[in-house]
Structure formats: C-alpha cells, structure tokens
Design a protein around this ligand. Structure first.
Ligand code: FES
Length: 260
C-alpha cells in the first residue's frame, strides 16, 4: 500500500495507479490533453504536470506517467511552479492552434489573451498522439503515425498517401480532443480528410442504404465471433432481424422456450 499526500491531504492506495488516476479518483482535477483511460500513457502534452516533493527536494513530473509507488511523497497539483509551467504550455498551444475552442478555454481560465507568436493557418492538431495510440492499441491497425521532426512534426498516414490500413472506424476522430479529425460520409464514400483517405461505403443487403465502410464487417469478423449475416445489415435492419428471430422464442417464462 502506498501512502501519499496530494495538496496536503493524505491518500492511500493499493492499486497500481498513476498520480493522475489517483487524483481523479479522489476528485482532484488535473488538466490533461493527451490522456485517455483506455490507452497507454504517453506524456506528450505535459499539461498534467504536478510538483512532487520528498524531503527537501522537489521536481516537476507528468502525473499521467508517474506511478504511485513512493511512500511519503507530497504532490502539489496547483503550486506556483506548476501554474507557471502550465501557462507556458497553453501559450505554446495557443500559438499553434489559436482557433481551437478547447485551447481558447484553457487560455481563458488561465487569464491568457491571444498568442504572442505568429499564428499558423488552421492548425487544429496538438500532437497529443491519441489517434496514433487508439489506432494501434485498440483497433490493432497502424494506419497513422508521427512523421517529421521539430516544428514540422505531424501525424499522418505513411508519405501522406491515402491509407490502405485504415478501416474507417473513426476511433481516431472519437478520441481527438480538438476535433481536428473530421469524417464526412457522402452517398458512396467516407472521407477522412486529415488522413487524405476515402473509403467506399457498404450498402445494407436489406434496405440498400450505405451504413459502414466496405471493409469494416470483415475486419470485425476477424476479431469477434458474430453472425456474418447480421453484419451485412444496417443498424435498423439488424435490430429488426434480431427482433424477428427473438420472436421465435418465448422469453416471458423463466426458461426460454422455442415456439412451435
Ligand atoms: S496528459 Fe499527461 S502529458 Fe498529456
């Protein structure tokens, strides 16, 4: 069991957690942009930085990557050093993505106005890497990754070419904190502009509407054991098919009886 202090309050934990997770469990808010509970910690945005003190030494660490192991540490989530660092981080983010609402709100909370740096055109990606991690860790694909270095660093498909790996699941858009990854479905295709990728959509075998990217059902079948015929249907027709098949059973009695 680890006993630590956060903002002078004592906490104990037996779980393997990070400082960020423990603080959130205890209702202590720490801002974080590149953390997602379903994904491995990455430490990209550094906004979750806190000050860790032990004896007469203190250091700044990213709370999302710092495991709660050491006994007797004192953690400060809002100390003057922490606040100062967060202001610098948000200023830099504001310089990169001045039009992103999330960053504007953070800047406003900190009393920051405008950006002291030249503004980039329409940049919405803060390089948090959530899209890269969700694609690889959850979906099991590696359709996108970081490329280039320094100021030119970006997230993209290999060589910015349309991706053959992308299954169009939109998990990347779902976890993106700034809404940089947009998904546009037309009658025939799903367009992932950020990845320069167009994916044909599949038509429902029953009603004929387009409902999912062409290769998604096969991808799901490779991961889960599901009846293939249901994956060939849109959500509405699938519900109908399931309801019809259930109507063959008497589910009102305690045991399920197949109707004759
Ligand atoms: S949330 Fe910890 S570094 Fe981004």
């Amino acid at each position: 069991m680890a006993v630590i202090f956060i903002n002078d309050r004592e906490f104990q934990t037996e779980e393997e957690v990070t400082l960020l997770e423990l603080a959130r469990q205890k209702g202590i808010e720490i801002p974080a942009l590149c953390h997602h509970q379903a994904l491995s910690p990455y430490g990209a945005c550094r906004l979750c930085t806190v000050e860790v003190c032990k004896e007469d030494k203190s250091r700044l660490v990213t709370s999302c990557t710092y495991p709660v192991r050491e006994e007797g540490i004192s953690v400060y989530t809002d100390s003057p050093r922490v606040k100062q660092l967060r202001r610098v981080i948000v200023k830099l983010l504001l310089a990169r993505c001045p039009q992103v609402k999330l960053i504007q709100d953070l800047a406003e909370e900190m009393g920051l106005e405008g950006s002291p740096f030249p503004l980039h055109d329409q940049e919405e990606c803060i390089l948090c890497g959530l899209c890269v991690r969700v694609c690889s860790e959850v979906i099991g694909k590696n359709a996108v990754s970081f490329s280039y270095r320094g100021a030119g660093r970006k997230v993209s498909t290999p060589f910015n070419e349309p991706s053959e790996e992308c299954v169009g699941c939109t998990a990347c858009a779902f976890v993106c904190p700034t809404g940089a990854i947009k998904v546009e479905d037309s009658d025939e295709t799903r367009y992932m502009e950020f990845w320069n990728t167009k994916i044909p959509l599949r038509r429902c075998k029953e009603c004929g509407i387009t409902y999912t990217p062409e290769n998604t059902p096969e991808y799901i079948l490779g991961k889960l054991e599901l009846p293939k015929n249901l994956l060939d249907l849109c959500e509405k027709c699938r519900r109908k098919a399931v309801a019809e098949s259930l109507s063959n059973y008497d589910v009102t009695s305690r045991s399920v009886i197949i109707k004759k």
